[in-house]
Design a protein around this ligand. Structure first.
Ligand code: FAD
Ligand code: UDP
Length: 386
């Protein structure tokens, strides 16, 4: 492509959505670069050779949304299966349904409480925090479900996942999890839910399938030996940057804290079903991993081989600079550091920062797509004129 109108750094769902809108809505020519050797960012999946099972390379990805615009948009590129996500958790050798619902509560207390009785019990157990405004994850957790349930299902899991005392974590993390006084154990509350019927990669590739989009893989924005590097492009070309914001500014104001995960994959040839469900959490501190994923259960409609399976044990830890940054930790001085980086970002009028890494926000896929659509509506026309 001779000279693009827009450079997008990162081919995740944010970058792909902006690229698709830029070519379809504005007739722009777009180059997308990604330092990985595949498209799609963290939503990418691939087929495991040994079992034929689709594996989410960077961790389990479940699509869900209540945003009608996003749902209509994603359905242009893929059909979705009827998969409904359900999660179970193991605590002291017993399996319970998650998120916490009437089934979890009755099983935990060996009781047969009605919804009103369970509500009253939890209110009593959360009484120690009555009338206060929860300021962190620990207080929010106790105020939502009371101390006994919090200590069994949330405290240690969260400690393992974030490697941070829940007292130092924002309350918003736990607000993602519903608490229900019915036996409904769907993991998500959203109106729409499902998995891309032909797999994530087919969906992601379709978004970039346009003659005016060129994708260059294995291409790092900070590698000055490649054509579209930051030093060459800055101020010359409109850019949408979806990599880590602290990396962009050479960590001048310090490192933002990120969490990463390690997935340990095991192939099993002695059984076709290891755990009977896609995700089993491990709530206790003495089990080092947070959960086990068995990807075959994401697609019960597929005809996978029945004599073998694979599982992924998920471990969580702080990310060093050379690791993949996955989840913003948002503790301690992170907020101030982020605001200072945002000021620096605002001083770069031809570069817009977006996506989970560029904004340092815990965005689900539908949120990343929604915010890219908003950017395309509100900021892209101006950016393309510059
Ligand atoms: P990303 O997908 O991270 O894409 C950013 C891209 O930028 C990457 O491909 C990266 O290689 C590239 N890049 C970075 N720096 C450079 C550089 N210097 N040069 C070139 N390229 C660069 N969401 C859900 O809705 N449901 C889920 O169940 C779910 N589970 C998740 C599980 C895990 C383990 C993780 C990490 C995320 C999960 N998410 C889930 C969130 C989902 O992955 C994000 O919403 C989505 O990936 C955001 O897209 P993005 O484009 O902002 O970022
Ligand atoms: N969580 C927990 N126990 C569980 C599941 C979740 O304590 O069994 C807490 C944990 O703090 C986690 C948060 O709820 O970070 C949000 O959970 P979710 O499954 O949304 O996290 P994800 O891994 O998808 O980001």
């Amino acid at each position: 492509m001779a000279s693009p109108d827009l450079l997008i750094v990162g081919s995740g769902l944010f970058g792909l959505t902006v690229a698709e809108r830029a070519v379809s809505e504005h007739g722009a020519k777009v180059v997308i670069i990604d330092r990985r050797d595949h498209i799609g960012g963290n939503a990418y999946s691939e087929v495991d050779e040994h079992t034929g099972i689709e594996v989410h390379k960077y961790g389990a990805h479940l699509f869900h949304t209540s945003n009608e615009r996003v749902w209509e948009y994603v359905n242009r590129f893929t059909e979705f299966t009827k998969y409904v996500h359900k999660v179970y958790t193991t605590h002291q050798g017993v399996v319970y349904p998650m998120p916490i619902n009437l089934g979890t509560i009755n099983q935990f207390f060996s009781a047969a409480y009605t919804p009103d009785e369970a509500r009253a019990l939890v209110a009593e157990q959360a009484g120690e925090l009555a009338g206060t405004d929860p300021e962190n994850l620990d207080e929010k957790g106790i105020s939502l479900i009371g101390r006994p349930l919090y200590e069994a299902f949330i405290k240690n899991y969260t400690g393992k996942q974030w490697q941070t005392d829940p007292k130092d974590l924002p309350a918003s993390i736990i607000s993602r999890l519903p608490v229900r006084y019915t036996y409904d154990n769907r993991y998500f509350n959203d109106t729409h839910e499902g998995l891309p019927a032909q797999g994530y990669t087919a969906w992601l590739e379709r978004m970039a399938d346009h003659p005016n989009i060129e994708v260059r893989l294995g291409t790092d924005y900070f590698d000055t030996s490649q054509e579209y590097n930051r030093d060459a492009v800055r101020g010359q070309l409109p850019v949408v940057y979806t990599g880590p914001v602290d990396r962009y500014f050479e960590y001048q104001l310090g490192d933002l804290k990120w969490r990463t995960i390690d997935l340990e994959t095991e192939h099993l040839d002695t059984t076709g079903d290891f755990q009977g469900t896609s995700v089993m959490n491990y709530a206790d501190a003495d089990i080092p991993f947070t959960r086990i994923i068995e990807p075959r259960h994401f697609h019960p409609e597929r005809d996978y081989a029945k004599d073998r399976t694979l599982i992924q044990r998920e471990y969580s830890r702080f990310a060093a600079r050379e690791d993949e940054p996955y989840y913003p930790v948002n503790s301690g001085t992170d907020r101030e550091t982020l605001l200072a980086y945002r000021e620096m970002a605002d001083a770069e009028p031809r570069t817009l920062f977006g996506g989970r890494l560029g904004t340092y926000k815990y965005l689900d896929m539908h949120m990343a797509i929604g915010s890219a659509l908003t950017l395309a509506d509100n900021k892209l026309p101006d950016l393309l004129r510059k």
